[in-house]
Write a protein that binds this ligand. Structure first.
Ligand code: PEP
Length: 251
């Protein structure tokens, strides 16, 4: 059975004190009667303290990015080993903001995925079309290409460490959400694409999260679709009550 997951990507928000406050609120308020994996991704400088803070909870800490190299002259970058040395074993890769503002390409992401898997880390692999791709009816092709170029080279065993996050770029931070039907249509296509390349067991077991303006008032309907296994949440992950409201959408 695949896992239900809700992950919060805090992006470049929350200083040290605010990070601690939000984590405390989440520890207090997150329901413990829902079978779901909860993940939070604070910014790099607060990862070590977040990891310590959450050590004895069920909340998993993720990084928002990492470099593909093991170490070396890459000023400003962070390696897999560094993350693991502070207890962080999950990483978001390929977020559309990394692709758009930091020019991350599918082939670079394939290297990052390899490095993460080599370290036995869990990868939340993000992908999704831009508005123009959808208007041109190219959204399925684009998503298939992103999956192929970023993930089709990995081994069957590696899928245990992969979480997929479909995030249509036009719905991220815009307040515009894909309709539950649009999300389901794409998630079904994604699962089918994985099935064709890796077989039914892997396709059925992989969790596919939806991301893009998920809020407490639309989460339940989106998460209710059969191929949507939870969400990757941006803006609404910054307030404990909103995030908790979204997690409750899994009921
Ligand atoms: C995201 O950035 O991954 C995201 C889904 O953002 P938002 O929820 O703010 O649209």
């Amino acid at each position: 059975m695949r896992k239900k997951i809700v992950a919060g990507n805090w992006k470049m928000n929350k200083n040290a004190e605010e990070t601690e406050d939000l984590l405390n609120e989440l520890i207090d308020k997150l329901p413990n009667d829902i079978e779901a994996q909860i993940i939070v991704a604070p910014t790099f400088v607060n990862l070590a303290s977040a990891s310590d803070h959450l050590e004895f909870t069920n909340i998993v800490v993720a990084a928002q990015n990492m470099h593909q190299a093991e170490s070396g002259a890459y000023t400003g970058e962070i390696s897999a080993d560094m993350l693991q040395s502070i207890g962080v074993n999950t990483v978001i890769l390929g977020h559309s903001e990394r692709r758009a503002y930091f020019n991350e390409t599918d082939s670079q992401l394939a290297y990052k995925v390899d490095t993460a898997l080599k370290h036995n880390m869990t990868v939340i692999f993000c992908f999704g079309e831009e508005l123009k791709d959808r208007q041109d009816n190219q959204h399925f092709n684009l998503v298939e290409t992103q999956l192929r170029d970023g993930l089709f080279h990995i081994s069957n065993e590696s899928w245990e460490n992969i979480i997929l996050a479909y995030e249509p770029v036009w719905a991220i931070g815009t307040g515009e959400t894909a309709s539950p039907e649009q999300a389901q249509e794409m998630h079904e296509f994604i699962r089918e694409t994985i099935r064709k390349r890796f077989g039914s067991d892997i396709a059925e077991d992989v969790s596919i999260l939806y991301g893009g303006s998920v809020k407490p008032d639309n989460a339940k309907e989106i998460f209710g679709k059969p191929d949507v296994d939870g969400g990757l949440i941006g803006g609404a992950a910054l307030k404990a009550d909103d995030f908790v409201g979204i997690v409750n959408g899994l009921r």
